[in-house]
Design a protein around this ligand. Structure first.
Ligand SMILES: [Zn+2]
Length: 124
């Protein structure tokens, strides 16, 4: 399991990084709210830009919290001694895959299958 120690450190780093990013996003959201309330102008174009900005921020926030959830899941697996084991088929995940993606919770085969399923589930 010593081969994974370095990956664990990388996951810890990634977790810290993602938490910071999310924190930063929340701070920006808060100051944007304050600016909106303090502004005497309520032009429609500004509103549209704000809505777009908000949407972008929400999408980014979602992406960050998804990534954080994956990283934290991988960290939990490490602590439980199941790190590097595929969540679905319980086979070991390829080491090269883990080195490229330390937060990988599925082996490549299951990941490919899952991606395909997700696509076919989308209507049209
Ligand atoms: Zn698998």
């Amino acid at each position: 399991m010593t081969v994974f120690t370095e990956l664990y450190d990388r996951l810890k780093e990634e977790q810290k990084h993602l938490k910071n990013e999310l924190q930063q996003l929340k701070v920006e959201e808060k100051s944007a709210d304050e600016q909106r309330e303090g502004s005497p102008f309520g032009k429609r174009e500004e509103g549209a830009t704000e809505a777009f900005e908000l949407e972008k921020r929400l999408a980014l926030e979602r992406r960050l919290s998804d990534a954080l959830a994956e990283v934290e899941h991988a960290l939990k697996k490490y602590e439980a001694g199941t790190y590097g084991i595929c969540d679905l088929c319980t086979q070991p995940i390829e080491t090269a895959r883990l080195e490229a993606l330390p937060h990988a919770n599925l082996c490549l085969e299951c990941k490919v299958r899952q991606t395909k399923n997700a696509r076919s589930r989308t209507p049209r």
